[in-house]
Ligand binder design. Structure first.
Ligand code: 5GP
Ligand code: ZN
Length: 135
């Protein structure tokens, strides 16, 4: 399987690695939204969030929290966004699941620019019902 993140894990591709343990590795994103933009991935390959087993997800989240603290302290960042694009429609381009940690600063000129919708009469309940029925 051709996966650049697996190549980074097995050191056949280079990356600016920040942390690694037996299960997880974290490195700088090559095209940062802000400098210090960090990725955190499991060493086992899973295409997306839904395929990551709970125990590995739990370690991934734990390390994501550790990395977030280091970003706040090390870069004096004022906040951060944790993002996980899942599926092409959501902008996923590398199909080895990863969390992005994006350091944020006031007036850093980055925005998700959402076009916020409003629910029509009663439709909020309909959406809630559809999701609850699928639980
Ligand atoms: P996605 O679009 O799948 O959510 O995020 C993939 C991220 O991986 C992108 O932000 C992209 O810049 C980063 N990326 C792609 N190829 C490489 C690479 O070879 N090395 C590193 N460090 N990051 C990469
Ligand atoms: Zn992979």
């Amino acid at each position: 399987m051709d996966c650049i993140f697996c190549d980074i894990i097995n050191k056949s591709a280079s990356a600016e690695v920040l942390f690694e343990n037996e299960k997880v590795i974290s490195f700088l994103d090559i095209r940062p939204i802000n400098y210090g933009h960090t990725l955190v991935i499991t060493k086992n390959h899973f295409d997306n969030f839904l395929l990551v087993p709970d125990d590995e997800l739990s370690e991934l989240i734990r390390v994501t929290k550790v990395m977030s603290n280091a970003i706040i302290k090390g870069l004096n960042s004022e906040g951060f966004n944790i993002v996980a694009n899942t599926g092409r429609a959501a902008g996923q381009s590398i199909f080895h699941f990863h969390f992005h940690i994006i350091p944020r600063f006031r007036n850093d000129n980055f925005s998700f620019k959402p076009n916020l919708k409003s629910y029509d009469n009663g439709s909020m309940k309909e959406f809630a019902e559809k999701i609850k029925m699928a639980l």
